[in-house]
Ligand binder design. Structure first.
Ligand SMILES: [Cu+2]
Length: 234
């Protein structure tokens, strides 16, 4: 075999090796959206002074056309492989006495930096079922702490024992094939080899939905999800 032929074969096999596909879609809410109640922060004047306009509850965050934010979406049957945690930390900020983001994901063993720029006392209470629970005060002088979750777990609720309205959810994944939507409802999971995948979309009150997606090499498949309004508004 001449050199060029060998090189061509090598190049094409590398292409197959690195052929990566993606799944993307939009999450939409269907039905009459409940009116979000205002969060009353008067109990801590430092919190209420941080907002010029009323702060609404965050369990339903809708964009134009009722697209949904705060949906955690992941592959349930990831491809086999070794997926080391990124060195870059993920960040959860207590900002204006709210958690930002309200729903987030990170990988097993990826550092989670928890920030408190608020100038008031927060108490970060993570309530996992598989990982280790922690409940730690962050007085106003403590601006940062770092936590690591060592096991996969979906979803871990966090709350603040000082401000009862504060809550968020953290998904800890053993692989990088997950995403969280902003209010435009769009998600994208990239870097998948060809195959058939089960994907799950999670909402904190409306539960989960799943879909099966078959991916060829170097393709992009679309899987949209529709969540329906609950029968009884909260
Ligand atoms: Cu707090």
């Amino acid at each position: 075999m001449d050199k060029i032929k060998i090189l061509t074969i090598l190049a094409s096999s590398i292409c197959v090796l690195f052929a990566e596909s993606s799944i993307e879609g939009i999450i939409t809410f269907e039905g009459k959206a409940p009116k979000m109640k205002t969060i009353r922060m008067e109990a801590d004047p430092i919190c209420s002074l941080k907002h010029d306009t009323p702060v609404k509850k965050e369990y339903l965050v809708l964009g134009e056309g009722n697209t949904m934010g705060n949906i955690f979406i992941r592959v349930l049957n990831p491809p086999k492989g070794d997926f080391p945690a990124p060195e870059e930390h993920a960040t959860l900020t207590q900002q204006g006495c709210k958690y930002s983001p309200h729903v987030m994901g990170l990988m097993v063993n990826q550092p989670l930096e928890i920030l408190n720029p608020d100038g008031t006392m927060h108490n970060v209470h993570a309530m996992p079922k598989i990982n280790k629970e922690f409940n730690q005060a962050m007085p106003k002088f403590k601006k940062k702490m770092v936590k690591i979750f060592t096991k996969e777990e979906f979803m871990i609720p966090f709350k603040c024992d000082v401000h009862p309205w504060m809550g968020c959810y953290v998904g800890v994944s053993s692989h990088p094939f997950f995403d969280v939507t902003n209010e435009d409802g769009a998600y994208e999971i990239t870097g998948l080899p060809n195959g058939t995948y089960e994907i799950e979309a999670w909402h904190e009150k409306l539960g989960v939905q799943t879909a099966t997606v078959s991916l060829g090499a170097d393709t992009s498949a679309i899987a949209n999800f529709l969540f329906h309004a609950p029968k009884k508004n909260e």
